[in-house]
Design a protein around this ligand. Structure first.
Ligand SMILES: [Zn+2]
Length: 196
């Protein structure tokens, strides 16, 4: 009998053994949306980031079985300690409070690449990690980068440009089509389907 532990069922995909099927599904999804990834790229302080997404604006990804806001925030705790984002006031007291840029930005992703809440203007891939002393969690909204044409997420605390491509623009990128994300996620699931 296979017991699905909290960390999931180890799954092979593209010659890589992932700790969980959910991680393998994200790897397949990254391939389908054209993102170049490295699994468990290095040992950080107290934990190992699940993925590095490469590009002009690289970032780390942490995968968890997140469904609710609370799940995403709980999952971000280790990244927040390793790569803190702190609120820093720029200028005189009373001026705008800005985020001090972390050494690495970490996007926390959950059980689907489409996370949306009432009132949001878009669909998020997940939440950027936050500091429990400083910042609010920032949704990483999906966009269709009109410079390179690739799917990208916004709100990377290190840059605020599109990630991973790094393009910025004077006029807005349009939200990425949910049907593209849906079909890529479905196909990713097919590619890593569990077989007894
Ligand atoms: Zn781009």
């Amino acid at each position: 009998m296979t017991v699905a532990t909290r960390s999931g069922i180890p799954t092979m995909f593209r010659s890589t053994r992932f700790r969980s099927r959910l991680e393998a599904r994200w790897a397949a999804f990254f391939d389908l949306v054209g993102w170049s990834w490295v699994y468990e790229p290095f040992d950080a302080d107290g934990y190992i980031p699940d993925f590095l997404i490469q590009g002009e604006q690289p970032f780390l990804v942490e995968v968890g079985p997140c469904i609710t806001d609370a799940d995403y925030i709980t999952k971000s705790a280790k990244a927040a300690i390793a790569f803190p984002i702190t609120a820093a006031t720029v200028g005189a007291p009373g001026d705008e409070v800005r985020l001090a840029r972390p050494e690495h930005s970490v996007l926390i992703v959950g059980v689907s690449p489409e996370y949306a809440r009432p009132g949001w203007r878009g669909t998020a891939a997940g939440y950027w990690h936050c500091s429990d002393t400083g910042s609010e969690p920032l949704p990483g909204f999906w966009f269709h980068c009109h410079v390179c044409g690739n799917p990208a997420v916004h709100g990377n605390p290190k840059t605020f440009d599109m990630s991973p491509c790094g393009h910025s623009s004077d006029y807005p990128h349009r939200p990425y089509g949910p049907r593209v994300l849906e079909s890529a996620w479905a196909e990713a699931g097919n590619q890593v389907q569990w077989r007894a």
